[in-house]
Design a protein around this ligand. Sequence first.
Ligand SMILES: *Cc1c(COP(=O)(O)O)cnc(C)c1O
Length: 464
Amino acid sequence: MSDFPYADRFTVNRTLPEQGRPREEVLAELREMAQAEDPTWETGKVSGTMYCGDHEHYGFLDEAFGLFAHVNVLQRDICPSATKFEGEVIAMALDLMHADAVTDGDPAGMVTTGGTGSIIHALLAYREHAAKHRGVTRPNFIKPETGHPAFDKGCHLFGIELRKAPIDPQTAQADIDWVANNIDENTIAIMGSACNYGYGTVDPIPELGQLAAERGVGLHVDACLGGFVLPFANELGYDVPLFDFRVPGVTSISADNHKYGYALKGASTLLFRDKSYRNAQYFFLPDWTGGKYMSPGIEGSRSGGLIAAAWASMVQLGREGYLRYAKAILETASAMQDAVRSHPELTIIGSPTFCFSFRSEEFDIYHVADAMKPKGWRFNGQQYPNAIHMAVTRPQTQPGVVAAFAADLAEAVEYAKAQTAAGQTPVSAAVYGGVPGGMTAEAAQFIEGFMEHILDTQQSLPPL
Ligand SMILES: *Cc1c(COP(=O)(O)O)cnc(C)c1O
């Protein structure tokens, strides 16, 4: 019996079906799979991933998407609506990030396909901008260790040297002195997170901004995660440092519509303090036999549906809606963090916001993950130090989830103590834990093999 998904119920398609199948039959098959999978996260026990978690909202977005899903936004002459959606999504996001405070630039933006898309477009823009205005030919970029891997990916793609600043183990914030000492004439930009994914902490953006401005380099603020939550945090009485365009020196910000913007997957906004950065990464080919070609970024054709849905989410929820959701998320995150703090064996890393991470000095924290997994909890495992991570989203704000978390965590702590006393190593550590002593050549080779295995299993069919 194959463990290929749904091989027990549905045909495995190895070729195009000779005759097409009735639409109703295809939809019934899709519905069955979706209905089997939704209950895993509907419990509120899964970290991150389902940001809105509200099927009424998803239904509404699907309808908005469906009206424009087939439209290619590259062809504005036949879909002027895309200009309305894109222009307004950018304008609303610029407004949230206080672009009105900018006096030294002409703010602009672009809608991309996700956080990674926004980050790599920012890197491309900085590289091209620095090449054009400063003659930089061997670019480097600085990220704190906690910055998202999309920065590593973008630097890899665009031939940019990446320098990684250490973080303070207590606050989990970037070491500003290290950043200052490692900026040189080839540094195109530096970055800080608001907040980072791993620990939910906000880097000292005002200090980074001052440094960037003094040294004449860009500063990208990665608000992919926090962009649609943290603008409301201060208003709700939480102490979050400024991270938006009010901070001098901040030259770009990414904020993911497909996370806490509650849009469909495949939408993020990249904002620039000045148009010259956006313009640096346009692509234009005037002499192609197929005609003059231009695209605003890396993608060619893009679906109008995703932009329509991102827009629909913003105007349907409005300021009041985002504020209300942010309040529930921040309150839930605080209550969950209180549950963690009630155990002296557990330590929360830094001063987190709505996602947080905790570790233990007394036992391997993966024992806690092991104990909570059978109860439906799914955390992200971290390393250096081993820790487990929870990104609080709307499914966690349902009644009962915090209480279940507190109760299951208390049992898990007892389990971890008992396992440690018995000399047991946790199961989860095998997948998530750090390799002691760092990455060896053998470990790198193992990962290459492991990745091939993952790609093979995720992209190929079971043997006949
Ligand atoms: C999710 C995330 C990203 C990358 O976004 P994708 O949408 O997964 O491509 C970048 N930075 C932070 C802080 C994130 O949380």
